[in-house]
Design a protein around this ligand. Structure first.
Ligand code: EPZ
Length: 423
């Protein structure tokens, strides 16, 4: 299996450009199933998860073409299957995002229930509840392996849906199911992430009538059909936050280009509390970790616009290097502290109790062999390796390469001493 070798690197300096957002492009690609016309998506990052979503769309009848470095064309003149194969769903949870579009366009979808993953059980009952309220009949196989949703005779009927939790995926899936429904749908307690807004903007370009995306109440007025559209994926706020923290943890100075500073507000606020100098322009952000002492702070992850759970582990790696005691509370996923034991192997002083971690910062990290336990935890281990004494070997880096485009190239361009080896 491939590994990253990270050597103590000194302050990162220079400029890096952020790619299109993984968590925006995946629902955008699923949404192309809602039309029989060509959709063009630009700023598509080259990621394993994007390639998998291409495979999934192709298995359903889509024709996909590369139109240049980061542009794809997707056209699904007719949907040839409304079933997903087990191996595809088991490799990527986001494959469930085709449920809403298939239910809307063909009135049926059957998928293997996605299992949990390292960070939690990740059930989909909120997705299924939304489909049921829109009139779909939900049945599970006897072995509970598969779930099928079938729309009523008249197709889906708009209605009012309250989400017990502002689930990102459930909001996206229900929004995509509702765009072709008869009548109007309201999603209450909806997720407000920027990726939801990006999806709603794309659907509206396709002819949908969606209002309120980015707030806790989204109104979707059903329309008879959707046409093709062109769209550019928003920049990846989690990749941007990862590089912001790379600049801070190495006490470097990095200008990060192609960002939406508004999407980074919680990360900017907490890093400024630590003493990091941050200057945001219209589309770039300058992060100075080389000016003055940096101190502890407290983090609590919450649905947007709260502090993003996906930045929790990279931020914790940074907090091990500042003086003082920090607290991190993870409220979104039930098991997202696997990186704590890996950071502990490097000498970090972190105690956990339930969803709370207490970090005694200012410790001297030492390189050693660690593993990436999930996508973002893997990035956290790279950040720790950049400042740890000696050499850090990170295994299971396939997690990292699922979600960060040209990861080694971008970090090396800032002076990071990082290489990839194949065992
Ligand atoms: C999206 O996952 C992101 N993935 C995740 O990013 C991100 O961490 C998460 O949103 C939260 O921001 C993509 O967009 C592809 P949720 P999603 O539904 O949609 C529970 C990364 O590293 N829940 O908002 O799966 C769930 O178990 C990944 O890029 C239910 O209980 O997140 C979790 O505890 C990791 N029932 C919480 O809600 C449901 O029906 C948040 O899940 C649905 C969710």
């Amino acid at each position: 299996m491939a590994k990253y070798i990270v050597e103590q690197s000194g302050p990162l300096r220079g400029e890096v450009s952020i790619s299109g957002a993984k968590n925006a492009v995946l629902p955008l690609m699923a949404a192309t199933l809602l039309s029989d016309e060509e959709c063009i998506i630009d700023a598509v990052p080259h990621l394993a998860d994007v390639n998998l979503m291409k495979e999934i769309l192709a298995s359903l009848g889509s024709e996909i073409e590369e139109n240049g470095e980061n542009t794809i064309s997707v056209r699904t003149e007719d949907i040839l299957s409304t079933e997903l194969q087990k191996d595809l769903v088991s490799r990527m949870r986001a494959s469930i995002l085709v449920m809403g579009p298939l239910l809307a366009r063909k009135g049926r979808v059957r998928i293997p229930l996605p299992g949990g993953c390292a960070i939690g059980a990740r059930p989909i009952e909120l997705h299924l509840k939304g489909f049921e309220i829109l009139g779909a009949i939900i049945t599970k196989s006897e072995d509970n392996d598969y779930v099928e949703a079938v729309a009523g005779g008249q197709g889906l009927i708009g209605d009012q849906i309250y989400l017990d939790f502002p689930s990102v995926g459930a909001t996206e899936n229900i929004m995509m199911a509702a765009v072709l429904a008869e009548g109007t749908t309201y999603i209450e307690n909806a997720a407000e992430e920027p990726e939801i807004v990006d999806l709603a903007n794309f659907l509206n370009k396709m002819g949908a009538k969606i209002r309120g995306a980015g707030t806790d109440t989204i109104r979707i007025e059903g329309v008879p059909r959707l046409h093709g559209a062109k769209h550019t994926v928003i920049p990846d706020r989690i990749e941007a936050g990862t590089f912001m923290l790379a600049a801070a943890i190495t006490r470097g100075a990095v200008n990060i280009r192609n960002v939406e500073p508004d999407h980074l507000k919680p990360i900017i606020a907490k890093m400024r509390e630590c003493g990091v100098r941050i200057e945001a322009g219209d589309e770039d952000i300058m992060v100075r970790g080389d000016l003055g002492p940096q101190i502890a702070t407290d983090i609590k992850t919450l649905p947007y616009p709260g502090f993003p759970t996906d930045i929790q582990s990279p931020f914790m790696a940074y907090l091990t290097t500042v003086n003082g005691t920090s607290t991190v509370i993870e409220t979104v996923f039930e098991n997202r502290f696997m990186h704590v034991s890996q950071l502990g192997k490097m000498g970090a002083q972190i105690e956990t109790a339930g969803n709370r971690a207490v970090i005694r910062g200012g410790t001297h990290l030492r390189g050693c062999n660690v593993i990436a336990t999930d996508l973002r935890a893997g990035a956290a281990m790279v950040l720790a390796g950049l400042v740890a004494e000696g050499r850090t070997e990170i295994a299971d880096i396939y997690h990292i390469e699922r979600g960060y485009e040209r990861f080694i190239e971008k970090f090396s361009g800032l002076g990071a001493r990082i290489t990839k080896i194949d065992d």
